[in-house]
Design a protein around this ligand. Structure first.
Ligand code: HAM
Length: 466
C-alpha cells in the first residue's frame, strides 16, 4: 500500500466540513473588512525566499522543499505567503493601483520540512492577510484585531495577543550592535547554529530553540529598551488603537520572530488551551517595511499575519468547541421501478437547477433502504414517486420533521418546497432565539451583553451555543 507522506493529511468527511466552515468564515469576514482574495503560485524561484525570508532564518536553512526543475531552475515550494505576495505586488506594479493601501488575503497550502507532530505539519494551510502601502499605526491595530475577531467568531475567546516592537531600521541597527557586544564574550556557550547566526543575524539567536532556556538568552538585552523615540512613539500608538478596539494584549519583549523581514510591530497569537503544548502559536505576523524595496520594488510599508488553520482546528478540538457543521439537504427522491427512476433523474436535475439541494436513490434499493438513506442525509422532504401518481402529474411528499404526507400536483412542487423551506427556516431561527434568548437572528457575535441592531438586549455567542 502506498501511504501519504509524513506531516501530510487526507481531509474528508466531517473533518472536511470543519475546514469548509472555516474557509467560508474567512471569506465572509474578509468581505466585511474589505480585503481582496489573492492567489500566488505554490512554487517560486528559490532566490525569492532566500532574499525575502533571510539566509539565516531556520525556514530557509532547514525547512524548505527545494528542487531543480527540468529546465535547471532552482525552485522552492512556498514555506509561507508573504514573500510571494510581495513578489507579485512588485511584478504587477500594484503600488500604482488607484486604491491604496492594497489589502489582500490568502488561504492556501505551504510546505515546510519540519519534524512532524500534532499541529506541526510538512504540508500546512495558512490564512493570511497583507496590507501594502500604509505606514499608519491604525493598520497595525486593524490587522491584529481582525485576527482576534476571526478567533472569536470560531468561539476561541482565550487566544492571547503577544506583541513587541523591533523598531525602525535605526533602532534595529543599534540593537544589533548591542546584541553583538552582549554575545561576543559568550560565543563558545552558543550552539553551532547560533555561532553562524552571530555572524549573519544575531537577532535570530533569541529565537533559538536549542539555547532557549539558557540564562544567557533569557537575560539578553530587550528590543523595547533600545527603540529610538520615533519607534517608541509609534509602538505606543499601536497599543492605543488596540485599547480603543478593546483587544487585550501582552507586551512580550522576547518576541523577535523567526523571519528576517520584520520591523516595528511583531506579534503572536497563542492559545491558552491545555493540551496544545508547543504548538500553541496559532498565528503570527508583523510589519515588514523594508521588504518590498529589498525585493526590487519601491519603498513601501507592509504588514500582515499568517494563521495556521490546522492548528486553529486543533485548538477548537482541545477546547471542545464544536463548529456548526451538521448538514441537511432540501429533498431526497425515492422510487420503486425503472420508469419512476427515470422520472426521478429528470426531477432531481430540475430541482437542483431551481436552487434546491437534492439527492436521490441511485441503485434501486428497497424502499426501507431508501428511507434510511434519506434519514442519513438529513433530507427535509422526501419525494416519493410512484407510477400511478406520475400518470396524474402528481407526487407524494413527506415532511421529515412533522411526518405529514400529502399528494400534490407536480406543477406546484417548486412553489410548495419554496414555501415550506422558508417556513422551516423561520421556525428554526425562532427556536434558536428561544434557546439563546437572542434577538439578533444569528447576525452578531458578541460574547457579552449588548444592545444588538434589532434593538433588543442580547447576550449571545452563537458558536458557543452550538
Ligand atoms: P510563521 O510564524 O512562520 O509566519 O507562521 C504563521 C503560522 O503558521 C504559525 O503561527 C502557525 O500557526 C502556522 N504554522 C507554521 N508552521 C507550521 C507547521 N509546520 N505546521 C502547522 N502550522 C504551521 C509566517 O509564515 C509569516 N508569513 C506571517 C506573516 C504574514 N508575517 C507578515 N505577514
Amino acid at each position: 500500500m502506498i501511504t501519504k507522506q509524513k506531516g501530510c493529511h487526507d481531509i474528508y468527511g466531517v473533518e472536511a466540513k470543519r475546514w469548509k466552515y472555516v474557509d467560508k468564515l474567512i471569506d465572509s469576514l474578509m468581505e466585511k473588512y474589505n480585503y481582496s482574495y489573492m492567489r500566488t503560485p505554490l512554487f517560486e524561484a528559490s532566490e525569492l525566499f532566500h532574499r525575502g525570508i533571510g539566509e539565516a532564518s531556520d525556514i530557509v536553512t532547514k525547512e524548505t522543499y527545494d528542487f531543480t526543475d527540468r529546465g535547471d531552475r532552482a525552485i522552492t515550494l512556498r514555506p509561507e505567503g508573504t514573500a510571494g505576495i510581495v513578489r507579485s505586488y512588485i511584478e504587477n506594479k500594484m503600488y500604482g493601483d488607484p486604491i491604496q493601501p492594497v489589502k489582500v488575503y490568502y488561504n492556501g497550502t505551504m510546505y515546510r520540512y519540519e519534524r512532524p507532530q500534532s499541529g506541526r505539519d510538512r504540508e500546512l494551510t495558512q490564512f493570511g492577510v497583507e496590507v501594502l502601502g500604509c505606514e499608519d499605526a491604525v493598520i497595525d491595530a486593524e490587522v491584529i484585531s481582525l485576527a482576534v475577531n476571526f478567533y472569536r467568531l470560531l468561539g476561541l475567546t482565550n487566544v492571547k495577543v503577544q506583541i513587541n516592537s523591533l523598531g525602525d531600521e535605526e533602532s534595529r541597527k543599534n540593537y544589533r550592535n548591542v546584541l553583538i557586544e552582549y554575545f561576543r564574550p559568550h560565543i563558545d556557550e552558543l550552539c553551532e547554529d547560533c555561532k553562524m547566526r552571530f555572524e549573519k543575524n544575531p537577532l535570530r539567536i533569541l529565537d533559538c530553540k536549542v539555547d532557549a532556556d539558557k540564562p544567557l538568552l533569557k537575560n539578553a538585552p530587550k528590543t523595547i529598551a533600545h527603540l529610538n523615540e520615533v519607534s517608541k512613539k509609534r509602538f505606543e500608538e499601536v497599543l492605543e488603537y488596540l485599547d480603543l478596539l478593546k483587544i487585550d494584549y501582552e507586551v512580550n519583549p522576547n518576541i523577535v520572530r523567526g523571519l528576517d523581514y520584520y520591523q516595528h510591530t511583531v506579534f503572536e497569537f497563542t492559545a491558552d488551551i491545555p493540551g496544545m503544548g508547543s504548538q500553541s502559536a496559532l498565528g503570527a505576523g508583523g510589519r515588514y517595511n523594508g521588504l518590498v524595496h529589498q525585493l526590487g520594488g519601491p519603498e513601501t510599508a507592509g504588514i500582515g499575519f499568517g494563521i495556521g488553520i490546522g492548528r486553529t482546528l486543533l485548538a477548537l478540538e482541545k477546547a471542545e468547541i464544536k463548529l456548526p457543521v451538521e448538514e441537511e439537504i432540501d429533498a431526497f427522491i425515492l422510487y420503486i421501478n425503472d420508469e419512476e427512476k427515470k422520472y426521478a433523474t429528470y426531477l432531481a436535475q430540475e430541482l437542483r437547477l431551481n436552487g434546491f439541494s437534492v439527492d436521490m436513490e441511485y441503485q434501486n434499493r428497497n424502499l426501507k433502504g431508501q428511507f434510511r438513506q434519506a434519514e442519513r442525509l438529513n433530507a427535509k422532504f422526501l419525494l416519493i414517486l410512484n407510477s400511478e401518481d406520475l400518470d396524474n402529474n402528481e407526487l407524494k411528499i413527506k415532511d421529515a420533521r412533522s411526518k405529514e404526507e400529502e399528494i400534490i400536483s407536480m406543477d406546484a412542487l417548486i412553489y410548495y418546497l419554496d414555501e415550506k423551506l422558508a417556513m422551516d427556516e423561520y421556525i428554526s431561527s425562532e427556536e434558536d432565539l428561544e434557546e439563546s434568548d437572542c434577538h439578533c437572528h444569528g447576525t452578531c457575535h458578541h460574547d457579552h451583553e449588548h444592545e444588538c441592531h434589532s434593538g433588543h438586549n442580547c447576550s449571545c455567542h452563537h458558536h458557543e451555543e452550538n
